[in-house]
Design a protein around this ligand. Structure first.
Ligand code: ZN
Length: 686
């Protein structure tokens, strides 16, 4: 592993932050980010760092303080305000106390903050205070974990890190760990680093550079050792998985978990060649059942993954039954783990949900699960590193991570649970639901995407205009990271539709809501040659396009087995034709019939179908002079044209979007046409 410290970059941090926060904190931010941005060192909020410095208080007193990472901050993106300053002398005195509860420790840390509005200091703050050096770095580096997650790790550590590394047998993070290190500490000769068995490594230095480069040097030693000692690890054949198969099985797994847990989940496959090779290990269930590579991963991945039984994926009923069985077994195993932990520690805790976050699928890789794609991706990232640690550790001798009881302590530690609350998934009536919208790049489609996102859904945008689609998706991703994906799709192409649905299933794990919106407006008299041609072209988009989307989506929903809703953008023309508008009106009338047929056929399987009838919404369909022409035909101005309805109010795309969101959540409504047109007696549904 190479040092990524560059003097020029360090100087930039000094220039940016030192004037307000001092040089110590500026450099602390710089090397913390260097550590945080390398996933081989720390992942998603893991690890912590500190610097000892001085501040002038309002009284004029100069006080020695510890700036230590605040909980809820991620080293990769930390800012100076992510480091609360605590009075150092008192923290050091706390390390001399013999016992302290978690609540007392947090109270002591918070009580010593110079600014009480700062975030709560890391649970390792006392340990940072105790260590004498100015800069302290702590990581859970993959290579170090590969070396310490095995039997006989103390002897191996001596070989890898030398006699002057202080090896500390596993102890719960927090006060107990600070006490343990205080007890083992020998000031002369000072240890070169601390290795926390089954957990990670601490390095330090008088400068940010010194502490960082010691971290890199020690991790490099571990990497070299792994490289020299491992046997079969690198010789595995790496092959890519079938993404088509992944997209097919993901909804089946997501549906099974949703039914058993009574909750909606987002699922996404992690199918790197290394992950796929790992999922094909003969000893997969045994080796992964041993537990997490470092204790704080337990809150993101649960103690172990679920290993999916080998079943022919084409036999959907058998696969569904096998998945349900495996999930029930997993939950029973988790309950037993919770009971054993509670008994062994004589504690009363509220049991967390007993469902896996990682399903290992032989030959396909890992299916990660979460309440949001963000949560699923965090679990997948962590598990990807876990697999490489397990591969390396088993190649070295054997994988032996922290015990089940140690994992229980951390999973049910109030201070760890607090981390999850900070990052919990969004809410809204459609949280955890996956929606697909066609014609999503503009007009009613785009407004509907926005409304679905506001209601908490994860949304796949489909449109035939690749450029606009890309631009809209990029904008929306900024506002709703991880909840947006997109695929170019022309609904008149069955292949495009199949690809868009498969992409959505691979990305979010399934499909719950479809807004079949794409359409074109085309006029002409049916009794003319031109009108006839327009009619036939319109049928392809305005009727058969909807059928292609609905059919493909229904196939997924049926295999997923957790209901769903098909929503169609019909039109007032379905009930009230305008003159020479047959090419548009006739397919729209048939579309209402299509919707009702789906409602009748799929109602018993809890799949609903509804339509929205909108009229005179200013969208692209009214481009190229269409609005002016239609207004003129009625002898009114364009404004009057859009407001000529019972309410005298122009109908907007957002009005229609709200109707779609309502129908997506209306659990008792199917076969319904909802009118959103400001009131038009001639077009009342009948
Ligand atoms: Zn740690």
């Amino acid at each position: 592993m190479e040092s990524r410290y560059r003097s020029a970059d360090a100087q930039r941090y000094i220039d940016t932050y030192a004037p307000r926060h001092g040089e110590d904190l500026a450099l602390r931010v710089y090397t913390s980010r260097l550590l945080g941005q390398d996933p081989a060192l720390v992942l998603h909020g893991g690890g912590n760092t500190s610097v000892k410095s001085r501040v002038t208080e309002i009284t004029g007193d100069v006080t020695e303080v510890l700036y230590v990472k605040g909980s809820g901050w991620d080293l990769a993106t930390i800012e100076p305000r992510g480091f609360p300053a605590c009075r150092l002398a008192h923290l050091r005195r706390c390390c001399e106390v013999q016992t302290m509860t978690d609540e007392q420790m947090v109270a002591e840390l918070r009580g010593q903050m110079i600014d009480p509005s700062s975030p709560t200091p890391s649970v390792e703050a006392l340990l940072h205070a105790f260590l004498p050096a100015r800069f302290i770095d702590h990581t859970h580096a993959d290579a170090v974990l590969s070396v310490i997650d095995q039997p006989g790790s103390e002897a191996i550590c001596r070989e890898v890190f030398g006699d002057r590394a202080l090896f500390v047998p596993y102890v719960m993070p927090g006060f107990a760990l600070a006490r343990r290190i205080a007890d083992c500490w020998r000031p002369s000769p000072e240890p070169t680093c601390v290795i926390l068995d089954k957990h990670g490594i601490f390095t330090w230095g008088q400068t940010a550079l010194e502490s960082y480069e010691r971290m890199i040097a020690n991790v490099t030693r571990a990497e070299r050792y792994v490289e020299e000692q491992r046997t079969e690890y690198s010789r595995r054949t790496l092959s890519g998985p079938s993404s088509e198969l992944s997209a097919r099985v993901a909804p089946i797994a997501r549906g099974a978990l949703g039914r058993l847990s009574n909750q909606s989940w987002i699922a996404s496959f992690r199918s790197t060649p290394a992950m796929v090779a790992f999922s094909d290990r003969d000893d997969l269930a045994r080796v992964t059942g041993l537990g997490c590579a470092t204790p704080d991963h337990v809150i993101r991945t649960k103690p172990w993954p679920l290993v999916v039984p080998q079943v022919n994926p084409d036999d959907v009923p058998r696969l569904t039954a096998a998945l349900e069985g495996a999930l029930r077994e997993y939950a029973a195993r988790y309950d037993a783990y919770f009971q054993r932990g509670s008994r062994a520690r004589s504690v009363t805790r509220q049991e967390l949900d007993p469902w896996p976050r990682i399903m290992l699928w032989p030959g396909l890789g890992a299916l990660a699960l979460g309440r949001s794609r963000r949560e699923a991706e965090v679990a997948a990232d962590i598990y990807e590193h876990t697999t490489s640690i397990i591969e390396a550790a088993t190649a070295l001798g054997g994988y032996e991570p922290v015990s089940e009881l140690d994992l229980f302590d951390v999973e049910y530690w109030s201070l760890e649970q607090a981390k999850l609350k900070k990052t919990s998934a969004g809410d809204g009536p459609l949280a955890g639901k996956v929606a697909l919208v066609t014609g999503a790049a503009s007009g009613i489609g785009l407004a509907t995407v926005r409304a679905l996102l506001s209601a908490g859904a994860h949304v796949a945008l489909c449109d035939r205009n690749a450029e606009t689609l890309e631009a809209r998706a990029t904008e929306l991703t900024k506002a709703h990271p991880d909840r947006v994906t997109h695929r170019r799709c022309d609904v008149t192409s069955a292949a495009d539709v199949a690809d868009a649905v498969a992409h959505t299933c691979a990305w979010f794990g399934g499909l719950d809501v479809v807004v079949s919106n794409a359409g074109t407006a085309s006029g002409g008299a049916l009794h003319t040659k031109a009108g006839d041609a327009a009619f036939r072209a319109s049928l392809e988009v305005n009727l058969l396009g909807h059928q292609t989307v609905a059919r493909r989506a229904a196939e997924v929903m049926l295999e997923q087995g957790s209901g769903g809703v098909l929503l169609f953008n019909a039109s007032k023309s379905a009930f009230n034709q305008g003159p020479d508008f047959g090419p548009y009106a006739v397919p729209k009338a048939a579309l209402v019939s299509l919707m009702r047929q789906y409602a009748v056929d799929l109602g018993p399987r809890k799949i609903r179908a509804n339509a929205v009838n909108a009229d005179r919404v200013r969208t692209e369909l009214f481009g190229a002079g269409m609005a002016e022409a239609r207004a003129k035909a009625r002898g009114v101005s364009v404004e009057q044209y859009f407001q000529s309805n019972l309410l005298g109010r122009e109908t907007t795309a957002a009005d229609v979007a709200r109707a779609f969101v309502y129908l997506a959540t209306a659990e008792a409504t199917t076969g319904c046409v909802l009118t959103v047109d400001g009131g038009n007696a001639a077009a009342f549904p009948r």
